[in-house]
Ligand binder design. Structure first.
Ligand SMILES: [Zn+2]
Length: 287
């Protein structure tokens, strides 16, 4: 059952959700079980595409980015192919591609995925143990530049990676400096180094941040982050760099909590349109 959504029809809709996960059912359930074990979270959302899309449709989300990632080498081609198939059955799904840094033919896997319709690329730096500009993924970054496809990274230190050498603003700055033509998004507002990531977004047109988890009303409980530390003036100033995302279905709260904090701010209509729609269009190159 999708959750009934009292916020539909607010400045939120129509929206693009730039950060959603769609995996084959067994894998998706394993991901949620692992998160329950690690963090004690219970999920009100079944991790299957139909349920996810019902929740999004209820909220007024027109399109969403589905982010895959592989934990081990060898699985990227089949996961990318599966996601491309899902996109063929969906009017809303914009598929990204995955590759593992230790895959053979990193560049070939990514090129084939782009040829098959993938709209961008996703790296989960701590899980895949690779920095944003790791030499092993250079062929993937070059393919992204050549095909003009954006990249979303879990590139910040939240929620439990403060000691991880693959994440953080310094590591992220390397990809920004080396690939100035590639649009790169650091998920979760770059938490916990928000000021450094905001500064990068201010300085570079190709740097984006998504609001996923960090701007939810539950961020204090789930990741010990207070979204109100990012002021209205920052959202207004950087509305062309900040886009809405949710992490659905892997959020231990109702979907509406991802936007309730933002909607509670009384921001200008233009800021809301950017954050909830236009910035994602620009990032994706689908405007
Ligand atoms: Zn995510």
């Amino acid at each position: 059952m999708p959750d009934a959504d009292p916020n539909a029809g607010t400045p939120f809709a129509p929206a693009i959700d730039a950060h959603v996960h769609v995996f084959p059912e067994r894998l998706a359930e394993a991901v949620q079980r692992a998160l329950t074990t690690a963090a004690g979270w219970e999920f009100p959302h079944r991790p299957i595409r139909e349920a996810t899309e019902a929740t999004l449709a209820d909220a007024g989300v027109e399109r969403y980015v589905a982010l895959p990632y592989v934990h081990e080498p060898g699985g990227a081609r089949s996961l990318n192919a599966w996601l491309a198939e899902q996109a063929g059955d969906s009017e809303r799904l914009l598929p990204f591609a995955t590759v593992h840094p230790d895959d053979e033919d990193v560049g070939g896997i990514v090129r084939d995925a782009f040829e098959a319709g993938a709209r961008g690329l996703k790296f989960h730096c701590p899980v895949q143990e690779c920095a944003p500009a790791d030499p092993r993924i250079e062929p993937a970054l070059e393919a992204a530049a050549e095909y003009d496809r954006p990249i979303t990274y879990h590139g910040g230190t939240a929620p439990m990676y403060t000691e991880d050498p693959h994440v953080g603003a310094a590591a992220f700055a390397e990809v920004v400096d080396s690939y100035p033509d590639v649009r790169v998004n650091c998920a979760h507002m770059g938490t916990y180094q928000v000021s450094a990531f905001l500064a990068m977004a201010r300085e570079h047109d190709n740097v984006y941040l998504d609001t996923t988890f960090a701007m939810s009303t539950e961020a204090g409980r789930t990741m010990e982050f207070d979204p109100s530390t990012i002021g209205d003036e920052v959202l207004i100033e950087l509305s062309e760099s900040i886009m809405f995302g949710s992490d659905l279905p892997n959020i231990p709260y109702p979907y509406r909590a991802e936007r309730a904090e933002l909607l509670g701010r009384d921001l200008p209509t233009e800021t809301y349109r950017d954050v909830f729609y236009r910035t994602a269009e620009a990032f994706l190159g689908v405007a």
